[in-house]
Design a protein around this ligand. Structure first.
Ligand code: HEM
Length: 470
């Protein structure tokens, strides 16, 4: 403690005094899911470099963020091993070893190439069609005798669109990665999301509080669920049949050099990782887009005009090939990704040698956080309206240049492998919803964001009045 507070080279970095002694201040804020908000306040108070733990520093200048993520391409923090299914066995997301990570990424990349992702469009569309049908069924109910439904002052049924979008993202990952939709939108009661959340929580507690380990028994439900899907696919393959999806690519993939594939445990673990990394992140972006558009009706109108002109034959003719180059749609999505990055609290790395970052000497094995939210809201970079929702900046400005200051999908060798997948999903879901339905805001809702690994609304709710668009 004395070393950390008075001798360590980090002692000269500004920050609350208590933070130089322990990470207690972070730990007590974790259960609320609002650590990121405290980090923002600290940057505001202490500037672009802040010490938040004895060996934990936040950096928010764009140069430091680029240095951490791209130029030095620093490794992930050692303690990430604690959230693996087996701390000894790494996955793509949790790998700390550079060579292992490179090999695994090379192995999985074919499942995420632009060409391959494009072939998943019919599978994504089938899940989105279920969503549209479900909302149409709800919106056709006009009788107030349906006690399960509430209606707004214009008589429109109110739906929790947040929950439906989250369910759709999970169904999409199920359909594309696992080979079968979980039918959450239709049924709403599949045990998988709850079991996955429970397992994640178990891993975090197991890692953070070693004395609780005897009480933190693993529930084998998710393992058995995924094993069953793999077994069924292998049986199908044995009959000479195959299915075009990510699971098939993961089963078939072979390392170019060693010709080895993944073993059963690795396949299972990797599929689980895609489920976690790929569902709440995309659905959060779609939800935030809807929330922002409903708060800015003139921008919503602009987007609907663009979509209606691009698809004069209505929503049935929607396709990604024609969607992907729509200027205003992309501007809206870019602006959402800028304003609401999934890694709200920053992207963590660990120094692998002593180095200078933003004018400070940072010793080996220090946790350094790239505060991407601050870069993406910097008034110097984005202007006085940095905190506003202004899709137009992506049309009026040089969007290629602006994108250099966006780190929502990470950067460097750890860039999100699912970014093309996510972009296609966000475009398709958003465009389908807007072309099929009209939404009316319900006033006075709790729209506070929380982050427990992935971000979401604290209330898990965004209620809207809904009507089919004519
Ligand atoms: C809007 C949606 C998404 C956002 C904002 C997002 C964000 C990110 C970020 C910031 C990272 C880097 C984390 C780090 O460097 O520590 C990352 C990595 C990753 N993401 Fe995504 N993600 C999204 C969607 C997806 C989807 C759809 C999938 C898979 C289907 C996915 C799978 C992964 C994986 C496997 C990694 C680890 C890559 C590596 O370490 O090489 N993500 N994501």
């Amino acid at each position: 403690m004395v070393y950390n507070a008075y001798i360590s080279p980090l002692r000269v970095i500004p920050g609350p005094k208590l933070c130089s002694l322990s990470e207690f201040s972070i730990m007590i804020r974790r259960p609320e899911g609002r650590v990121f908000e405290w980090f923002y306040q600290l940057h505001h108070k202490y500037g672009s470099v802040v010490r938040v733990g004895p060996k934990f520093i936040l950096f928010s200048s764009k140069e430091a963020v680029r240095q951490i993520l791209v130029i030095n391409d620093l490794p992930k923090i050692d303690s990430i091993a604690g959230i693996r299914a087996d701390p000894e066995i790494a996955t793509l997301f949790s790998a700390t070893d550079r060579i292992f990570h490179k090999q695994r990424k090379r192995l999985l990349s074919p499942a995420f190439s632009i060409k391959y992702i494009a072939s998943l469009e019919p599978l994504m569309q089938s899940c989105i069609n279920v969503l549209v049908d479900r909302i149409k069924t709800i919106s056709s109910i006009t009788s107030k005798s349906d006690l399960a439904l509430k209606f707004n002052e214009n008589g429109l049924p109110i739906v929790n669109i947040h929950q439906l979008i989250q369910a759709t993202s999970l169904d999409i990952i199920g359909e594309t990665a696992f080979g079968e939709s979980f039918n959450l939108v239709e049924k709403g009661d599949h045990p998988l999301p709850g079991k996955v959340f429970q397992e994640l929580k178990r891993r975090v507690l197991y890692h953070t509080f070693p004395y609780m380990r005897p009480f933190l028994k693993k529930d084998s439900w998710t393992d058995e669920f995924i094993q069953k899907i793999i077994k069924e696919r292998r049986n199908l393959n044995a009959q000479g049949k195959t299915r075009e999806d990510i699971l098939q690519i993961i089963l078939d993939t072979r390392d170019e050099v060693t010709n080895e594939g993944l073993n059963e445990f690795e396949i299972q673990d990797q599929i689980m990782e895609f489920l976690i990394a790929g569902s709440d992140t995309s659905s959060f972006s779609i939800n935030m887009a809807l929330i922002m558009l409903l708060h800015h009706p003139e921008k919503l109108r602009k987007l609907i005009n663009e979509l209606s002109s691009a698809f004069p034959n209505g929503p049935q003719s929607l396709n990604h090939e024609n969607l992907k180059d729509l200027k205003y749609l992309n501007a809206v999505i870019n602006e959402i990704l800028r304003r609401f990055p999934a890694a709200m609290g920053g992207i963590l790395r660990q120094t692998n040698s002593g180095m200078m970052i933003d004018g400070y000497f940072v010793p080996k094995d220090t946790i350094v956080s790239a505060s991407i939210y601050q870069v993406q809201h910097s008034k110097e970079i984005w202007g006085v309206d940095a905190d506003e929702f202004v899709p137009e900046r992506w049309i009026d400005g040089d969007s290629v240049k602006l994108k250099r200051n966006i780190f929502t999908f990470g950067a460097g060798s750890r860039l999100c492998i699912g970014n093309n997948f996510a972009m296609m999903e966000i475009r398709l879901v958003l465009a389908s919803l807007l072309l099929n339905f009209e939404f009316e805001m319900v006033e006075k809702q709790d729209l506070q964001i929380v982050q427990f690994i992935t971000p979401s609304l604290r209330s898990k709710k965004f209620d809207v009045g809904i009507r089919v668009r004519n």
